[in-house]
Structure formats: structure tokens, C-alpha cells
Design a protein around this ligand. Sequence first.
Ligand SMILES: Cc1cc2nc3c(=O)[nH]c(=O)nc-3n(C[C@H](O)[C@H](O)[C@H](O)COP(=O)(O)OP(=O)(O)OC[C@H]3O[C@@H](n4cnc5c(N)ncnc54)[C@H](O)[C@@H]3O)c2cc1C
Length: 399
Amino acid sequence: MDESTRKAVELIRSIGKEFLRPLGLEADRSGRAIPADHPFYQLVASSGFMQRGIGSEYVANGLEKPTSHRPHSSFTNSTWARNVLVAEEGSYWDRGALVSLPGPGLGGPPVLQMGTPSQKERFLSIFKQKDRPLWAAFAMTEPSAGSDVAQIKTLARPDGDEWVLNGQKMFSSNSSRAEWVVVFASIDPSLGRLGHRAFVVERSFSGFEIVRIEHKMGIRAYETASFVLENCRVPAENMLGGEEYYNNKNKGGFTAAMSTFNATRPIVAAMGVGIARAAYDIARKYIIEEYPAHSLHRMRQARERLVEMQRQIANSRLLCLHAASLLDMGRPNALAASAAKQYSPPACLGVVQSAMDILGEAGITQNSLLEKLARDVKAIDIVEGTQQIQRRIVAKYIL
Ligand SMILES: Cc1cc2nc3c(=O)[nH]c(=O)nc-3n(C[C@H](O)[C@H](O)[C@H](O)COP(=O)(O)OP(=O)(O)OC[C@H]3O[C@@H](n4cnc5c(N)ncnc54)[C@H](O)[C@@H]3O)c2cc1C
């Protein structure tokens, strides 16, 4: 691990221990996300973390795309692989609190991927300021379009030098507190995927209204919201990339959205690794402290289980790092990203289940962090495409 990666992981570890874990637990018990005006976020903003956090390094790098072609760079000296390691470490302490951190979040990659230089400057440079915490978000999912994003129904109609957006979005993380949200809409559903366009909808635009914050089974520290767009007028300069971008058929909005997933899927999958590692540590400690009193047979079984858990964690981590490092080297990584997202979440779910088996009744009480981890880990399997969808993608590439 290179020096800057080591420092980034150490930083998130210290933030995790002191803030993410306790705040995540508090949010879980109360059922309410960490409030946007919590002093912790102010601290995060004033430390400059918004431009250093996960997926935000391009802000610090003068808004340059971090995936610049560096064929000879090793993964330990690269941005996306570092993001994977930071995501894992942060999620070890609390995945919900990690995702709640201010910064461009999932809104960053599409701006970076599709935005013109002036759009990157306008939308991403706000995260360089340290006065107050700021968030951005990403909204693709709709009530009738989750896995099959080609089915989105939100409509964008041109009107002079503006676009008028109408539709509903759901499950958009941090959108309830975002300065802007990247919204995917269709200019003509009969065009299918070629009709997709990405717009930056700013919080101040009229017609943009948050209608619901979900009550989730886990990862409660951040808000996942539904919103409506009702005759929401968006200036033409907020269409990511401008019309020219979409006239090039190889760069349709759909294709662009899909390629941002290639960057974010390994990161999300690594979050599962962090949760699994936390469960593994609890199980390991339990075996060391509690098991000697039990039979040799039980001890042997527990040891085998622990070895298998360790193997699943290591495999998952390697797949995530592999997918991210390909991206860092400027090489195609769609297959590797989906392979990581397909393998890691169910494997990590299995690790948490095994930890629960090892602890038995001690694992299901509210006093045990394990019970929370078991609820938190499931979401990893859903966000950024479920395991069934990843299998379809992997199969498409293999065949
Ligand atoms: C906590 C959380 C945060 C989220 N954050 C965001 C966000 O910030 N922005 C955003 O846009 N979205 C977000 N999402 C939405 C997420 O991306 C979708 O939930 C996900 O893509 C699945 O869509 P769906 O829930 O509509 O399930 P569906 O598409 O209805 O799928 C239901 C089930 O059917 C399976 N299935 C569907 N199609 C197929 C098929 N062809 N073959 C085999 N099986 C299939 C799926 O695997 C799944 O098991 C978030 C979701 C959660 C839970």
C-alpha cells in the first residue's frame, strides 16, 4: 500500500472509530438518519474531507478525471483502488454513516463521466469550500424501473432554452439534503435507451420536491428519499455533456450511466467486505473468549467456519481491487466490476450469517453489533444492481 493510500485508510479508521460507529449505532436505535446540521458534518467539511472523501478525489485533483490512462501504475498508487480500500474500512465502522458523509457521493461519477469542463467546474468545485457540509445525489430508480433502468418514465421536454422534467424518482441516497441531484430522464420513451439524458437538478429549482424518506431495515444513518419532478424547469446548460454528447450514439445517456456503475460497483461491493470483516472480528473474539469452555468438536467446527469466512472476505476484496485497478489503468472493467458486485455481497451476507451462527443467541440481541450488521449488509446486495442482474451482465460477457 502506498503512503497516501495508507494515510487515507488510517484517516477513515480514526473517523470511523470516533464518529462513524457511534453515530451509526445512534441512528440505528433511533430510526433517524444523522441530522444534516450535526456538528460532525461541520467538522468533516472544515477538515476538507469533502474533496478527499470516497469518489471525491477528483475534486482535489483539479477536477481531472482520476481514471486517466496510467498503464503502468500499480493498484496501490491509484485512485479507484484507494477508494475501494477506504470504502471497506469506513464500512467496517459503519456503512450507513460512511454513505452519509458530505461530498458529491454517487452524483460525482456521472458529472465526471459526461459533464463538460465548465459543468465539472460548476458542480464539483463547490465541494472545495470548507464553510458548511454539502451533498449531491444520483437518481435513476423509479417506481417501475429498478433493475431495468431502460424503462425509466421521467420525461424531459424541451421548452426554449430550458427542459421541463416530469416524473418520480425513488431510493435516491442523500437527495433529501443534496445541493443538486443527477436525474436521468427520457426525451422520448420510444427511443428506448438512446432517449436517456442526464440533468443536474438543483435544490432551488421549483417543481423538485422530496415526498418521502424511507424507513429502512438497516443502514439508517443516511436518508434514502423519493422525490417528484412536477414541471421542473431545468436550464439547457444543466444537461450533462450538452446535446452534442448524446448525438454520438456510442455515448448515449444510458451507456454513460452504465459506465459510471463500472466505477461505483467495486466500491459498493467493498462496503460489504467492510461489514463482513466487522462480523468476522466479532465471531473471532467470541470464539477466543467463549469457546474454550465448550467441546472440542464445537471448537473445531467454529474454526473451520472462521477459515471459510476469512476466505470469502479475501476473495471479495481481491475482486473489488481487481475491478478498481483495471479502471485506474484505463482498461475495460465492466465484467470485473459486475463480477465483484455479483460475488462479494452474497459472500459477505454469508459471512455475517456464519458469525451469527457462531454467537448463537448472543448474536441476535440488540446489544450485539452483529444483529445490526446482519440488517445492514443486505442493502449491499441490492444497490447498484442486484446479484441476479450482475449474473446476467457477467454471462453476457462470458458468452
Ligand atoms: C438503500 C438503498 C439505496 C439506494 N440508493 C439509490 C440511489 O442513490 N440512486 C438510485 O437511482 N437508486 C438507488 N437505489 C435503488 C437500487 O438501485 C434498486 O433498488 C435496485 O436497482 C433494484 O431495483 P428494484 O428495487 O426496483 O428491484 P426490481 O428491479 O423490482 O427487482 C426485484 C427482484 O427481481 C430480480 N430481477 C429483476 N429483473 C431480473 C431479471 N431480468 N433477471 C433475474 N432477476 C431479476 C432482482 O434481482 C430482484 O431480486 C437504492 C436502493 C437501496 C435499497
